[in-house]
Design a protein. Structure first.
Length: 373
């Protein structure tokens, strides 16, 4: 926890709340730029669309990967130029494409013929890029089951784009979120490089490769540093593209904001619920519906603290009346034996993928408060 967050928490804000240190976001942005200076950074807005974050990144010259018209408008309101925005969702409403086009957003993602038709109809002349489904092994929050197509289909669609009045601009992939190894990027780069060559031989010269997001942050376990990903990516790029490098885009979400935030929560109930289970149940005032959606399947295992002293095993759950609202039951968690009802519990590295996942008043609970310091 940073000193700024610690001193804000000393004011005893009502919980649950997220406190996020903007200096940390600036540091993360600078570290990613250093790790991969050849790439342009498009912040994946969905990770945390708070205005102070968007303003800071726009001021630093970052670009933005937006998934919807409201995200595009949030970027514009934060001072981003329309031409620094990519409409990166492969699933867009026709009306959103038309509005983005009217705003001057230049870049559109697709992974199907049907979406390409929509873009041609509502954003004539736009630059399009096709998302390839690549191996997501090593990712703790995979994405490739839902997005991306094959290289063969991408080739056919990009060859068809000019006749539809579109500019075939590039390819993209996403190796899965919280990707713990650089190998996935190397494999993906090798695969898309062949398609670049193939398309060039057919008269379509792509200009851009979007490497997506995926860079991990440290939750419980160490992960490789951004530098290690950066050098693995650059090595693979030069190996497969030689001196003829395309424009490289990187779309970090988690790595930009995750470690900048801490959620302060309260233990609403600490109890020994079942006689045969030695573990205490700790019910917090935030759970799956309060924003901790990535604890689904216990995929993301946050670091959780509540003071020092002798520790004992716990099950962690949310405050709602829903049976699915258990945060960690299989993953071993330990909290102080003297933890009692009303005590504060901190959930670390919750700057990404938390605030916007909070439900609207399920069981009457308001979405968590957010403070940007
Ligand atoms: C979610 C998303 C990202 C960000 O992924 P992280 O793993 O958080 O870096 C980047 N690009 C696209 C298209 C996404 O959907």
């Amino acid at each position: 926890m940073t000193p700024k967050i610690a001193s804000f928490l000393d004011t005893q804000p009502e919980t649950p709340c997220l406190v996020l240190d903007l200096d940390r976001v600036a540091e993360n942005y600078a570290a990613l730029r250093r790790a991969l200076p050849a790439a342009k950074i498009y912040y994946a807005v969905k990770a945390n669309p708070a205005a102070p974050i968007l303003r800071l990144l726009a001021e630093q010259g970052a670009c933005f990967d937006a998934a919807s018209l409201p995200e595009i408008e949030q970027c514009l309101a934060a001072g981003a130029a329309a031409d620094s925005i990519s409409f990166g969702n492969t699933v867009k409403k026709a009306s959103a494409i038309a509005a983005a086009h009217a705003h001057g957003v230049p870049l559109y993602a697709f992974d199907s013929a049907e979406e390409l038709d929509k873009i041609a109809a509502h954003a004539p002349g736009a630059k399009v890029y096709c998302r390839i489904a690549v191996n997501n092994a090593g990712a703790e929050w995979p994405l490739s089951k839902k997005f991306g197509t094959t290289c063969a289909r991408a080739k056919a669609l990009l060859l068809a784009a000019p006749a539809m009045g579109l500019v075939p601009h590039g390819l993209s992939f996403h190796v899965g979120s919280q990707q713990t190894g650089a190998e996935a990027y190397k494999l993906a780069i090798a695969e898309v490089a062949m398609l670049f060559t193939d398309l060039k031989n057919h008269g379509v010269e792509l200009k851009m490769l979007n490497l997506g997001g995926g860079f991990p942050i440290r939750y419980q376990e160490d992960v490789p540093e951004a530098d290690q990903f950066g050098s693995a990516i650059m090595t693979a790029m030069t190996q497969h593209f030689g001196n003829d490098l395309p424009d490289m885009l990187l779309e970090p979400g988690r790595a930009m904001v995750g470690n900048a935030g801490v959620v302060a929560a309260e233990a609403v109930l600490v109890c020994q619920r079942m006689p045969e289970d030695e573990r205490r149940w700790v019910y917090l005032d935030i759970g799956r519906y309060g924003g901790l959606a990535e604890t689904e399947g216990e995929a993301i295992r946050y670091r959780i603290s509540a003071g020092t002293g002798p520790m004992g095993p716990v099950v962690l759950a949310g405050p709602s009346c829903d049976g699915v609202d258990v945060i960690y039951e299989k993953t071993p968690y330990h909290l102080p034996l003297d933890l009692k009802t009303g005590d504060r519990v901190l959930i670390h590295d919750t700057g990404a993928y938390v605030t916007t996942y909070a439900s609207q008043n399920f069981n009457g609970f308001a979405p968590l408060q957010e403070y940007y310091v």
